[in-house]
Design a protein around this ligand. Structure first.
Ligand SMILES: [Zn+2]
Length: 174
């Protein structure tokens, strides 16, 4: 089965479509024992200067979807220990879906939040379906991604994502 047919992946993409980010839109789910405890998408951080809001949105400055999903679960009264964080999204400009060739995480900012709240695994979409990684693996791959050159990062993301587009998944939406 294609990742595009997966219910949880479709839910992540529906959430991502609610984001107003002009660059990358992500949706995230916090799941434990098959139960969705919280969901979120990346949002602009409220800024006291209204004049800058447009720039914040354009630049994609945001509370990341993973943090929003964890926050929603906590606010609903769910402890997060042992839960898994799923994340999927797309690039606004090209419509390319964020699909990884292997379990790989690219955000060092979210990892400390996973550690603080006892998240078990970070789970990302690959052509074979969802693939999980431990927090150690997430931290290591995110550091590697951050330390890479801009060109190599872009090449990694492009090679992994351009085979899948938002249009493809919208045709499969349940
Ligand atoms: Zn992040």
């Amino acid at each position: 089965m294609s990742i595009l047919d997966d219910d949880l992946y479709q839910r992540c993409i529906s959430l991502a479509m609610r984001s107003r980010s002009g660059s990358e839109r992500y949706g995230s789910l916090v799941i434990r024992d098959g139960e969705i405890l919280g969901e979120g998408y990346n949002r602009a951080i409220a800024h006291p200067s209204f004049g800058r809001l447009e720039r914040i949105l354009r630049m994609g400055y945001a509370n990341h979807a993973e943090v929003e999903a964890m926050d929603a679960a906590l606010r609903a009264g769910h402890p997060l220990e042992g839960a898994d964080v799923y994340v999927g999204g797309y690039f606004v400009e090209t419509g390319a879906l964020y699909v990884k060739s292997r379990a790989h995480f690219s955000c060092t900012r979210c990892v400390p939040f996973f550690e603080r709240y006892g998240i078990r695994q970070v789970v990302v979409p690959t052509p074979r379906g969802w693939e999980g990684m431990t927090l150690g693996e997430a931290a290591e791959t995110a550091r590697g991604f951050l330390g890479d050159t801009h060109g190599r990062r872009a090449a990694t993301v492009d090679a992994e994502s351009h085979r899948y587009s938002l249009e493809d998944i919208l045709r499969n939406f349940k």
